[in-house]
Design a protein around this ligand. Sequence first.
Ligand code: KG4
Ligand code: ZN
Length: 335
Amino acid sequence: MLVLGIETSCDETSAALVADGEVVLSNVIATQLDLLRKFGGVVPEIAARRHTELIGYVIKEAIDSAGKTLADVEAIAVTSRQGLIGCLLVGVAAAKSLSYSRQIPLIGVHHIEGHIFANRLSNPRMPVPHVCLTVSGGHTMLLYVRDSCEYELLGTTLDDAAGEAFDKIAKFFGLDFPGGPVIDKLSTQGDRAAFNFPRPMLKARALDFSFSGLKTSIINTFKDRIARNEKLPLADIAASFQEAIVDVLVSKTMRAATERGASAVSVTGGVSANNRLREAFLDICRQKGMEVYFPKLPLCTDNAAMIAAAGYARMKLGETADINLNVFPNAPLEV
Ligand code: KG4
Ligand code: ZN
């Protein structure tokens, strides 16, 4: 079955064709990097307007580049839950109109479930149950994946998401947006033991996260030196900051896996592209004899292929939507 996926929950306009929830025939992503750089982050109203300008072209490109026509599309999956309301509305309106005019099934997908399926697309043999860390600019969440489409929330961030912390710290030091890839690269030239930044909630029994204190501590440490125009050891700061985040993410995920008796963990979302995070997970999982799974790099950040794959799985469970499909900016992931 050929599913057209549509993703517009934040700043990426994306459409993809995926066959049988497994084979990615196309995955077109139009980023708004020019706008993000200009405004230093996502401006919801402007992002939504850009989606309306791009969505038709992006869908056409996804179909053309797969060598298919609209008549070949058998179902449409769209992100309808969790994201910026105006942005979600653009994708859902496009999906509804195509589904209605072609009389084919429509499926509303939760964005986080999409990220989970990015990993399944990349690793079809990934086992269930396992513990999944979904970590991006909008969320940091630990889930117990009981079965396909069955989740238990183990922990979440109480304030900033990990990716948001990367972005805010990069912005504070005048680095490019988004901050994650920039800090990832800069860190390779730095000493990750140069500064001992706090590891928030590392020792707490709960599996929740908190990253805003780390951000504030770094800002307080350096703001006077910035005001005096002092040259800062940016690579060392980046590497030490990244290490603090990686330490917390890896420790809590491994603790969750141990508590649940899971033999595998998966990491997904934009921050799962981080090289040091991958290295740290690979090291500890090798030591503990556990398996660890990451999405292929183009599937880490927001994309529509993961939405098509999740939509296909939901459709197989008999879950389809109709013309009344609504958007929910803060909907929890169904368990
Ligand atoms: O999944 P995503 O595209 O959007 C959300 O659902 O939020 O994730 C974007 C986030 C941004 O905060 C970005 O800085 C972060 O993922 N990111 C990274 C890396 N690549 C993207 N963070 C750390 N290291 C990276 N290599
Ligand atoms: Zn995302």
